[in-house]
Design a protein around this ligand. Structure first.
Ligand SMILES: [Zn+2]
Length: 302
């Protein structure tokens, strides 16, 4: 940690638990993780995992402490810390869909980034919590316990992840070369992300990508819509992206029409190429049971 000052707000210095809670809820911006401990191989009462953070109001450091059960040691201790890093998301409400209800969108988006880390990035972040003398032990534990994504719990794409992947794919193929220069904007994007309560995971591949073009009073719009079964919400239609050009001429109409085809093509191809990530959990579990019955050779493969 650097030498930055501690949050000086009244809300963080009082003994009144409700006031502290309210201050954190309104001002806590998480930034990372820190673990305080002396050893891993024996029980130790004072171990604590911190979600480090900054105070939105004064800019000072505002860590949130999670006490690690003192009786734990060895593999059980590492598993507990790993699990906390994966699931400790204080002051916001995380839905099963992966969306968040929050009073501070910066915080929810940081939590969503944590949820969406690749396995390699998550393991690297975990390893960094430990002193140099324990790096070997922890690396060994990771390779035994978390070297592969569980087959039945793959990392999912959110609605915004799908749109981003489709655009990256289309851009890499050169399919947006003529179209992007005429765009006024598209949403969501990095500066204006989809709100955290909307940006849920896509957990089923049984949907179609449909693009709609429409002329507005000042320009042409294209909406990329997914229709069918894409999650368990009961909703079967959702716009995942909107594109707008200010132009209304014939050439712009042709290019925006072309954009519809490009978006539909790349969405379909991308989902087909990443089918495991879009397969419902119950199907993955059934497939996993079949694989185990055949000798369990394929465990962990995607
Ligand atoms: Zn403060």
């Amino acid at each position: 940690m650097n030498e930055k000052k501690i949050c000086a707000c009244v809300g963080a210095r009082t003994r009144d638990i409700q006031t502290i809670e309210a201050h954190y809820k309104d001002n806590f911006i998480p930034t990372g993780w820190n673990l305080e401990y002396t050893c891993l191989d024996q029980p130790e009462a004072a171990r604590a995992l911190y979600l480090t953070g900054l105070c939105l109001r004064c800019g000072g450091q505002l860590p949130k402490k999670f006490t690690v059960p003192g009786e734990l040691a060895g593999d059980a201790l590492l598993e507990q810390i790993y699990h906390q890093m994966e699931s400790y998301r204080p002051f916001d409400f995380r839905f099963d869909s992966g969306a968040y209800r929050t009073s501070l969108s910066m915080r929810a988006h940081w939590y969503m980034e944590q949820d969406d880390l690749t396995l390699g990035a998550k393991n690297a972040q975990f390893l960094k919590l430990f002193h140099a003398e324990y790096q070997g032990v922890v690396e060994d534990w990771i390779s035994r316990r978390h070297a592969q994504e569980p087959y039945t719990a793959p990392r999912r794409d959110r609605k915004s992840t799908l749109l981003r992947a489709v655009l990256e794919r289309a851009r890499a193929c050169g399919d947006l070369r003529e179209i992007e220069p005429i765009l006024d904007y598209y949403l969501p994007n990095a500066q204006e992300p989809l709100s955290s309560d909307m940006d849920s995971y896509l957990t089923n591949y049984q949907f179609s990508a449909i693009a709609n073009i429409s002329y507005g009073c000042e320009g042409i719009f294209v909406d990329l819509v997914i229709e069918g079964d894409f999650d368990d919400s009961g909703t079967n239609r959702c716009a995942i992206g909107t594109f707008k050009t200010l132009r209304q001429d014939n050439d712009a109409g042709r290019l925006m029409g072309q954009l519809c085809g490009v978006l539909m093509y790349h969405t379909t191809r991308y989902v087909n190429e990443n089918l495991h990530r879009y397969t419902p959990k119950r199907e993955l579990e059934a497939e996993f049971r079949r694989m185990q019955a055949c000798g369990g050779q394929k465990e962990g493969t995607a």
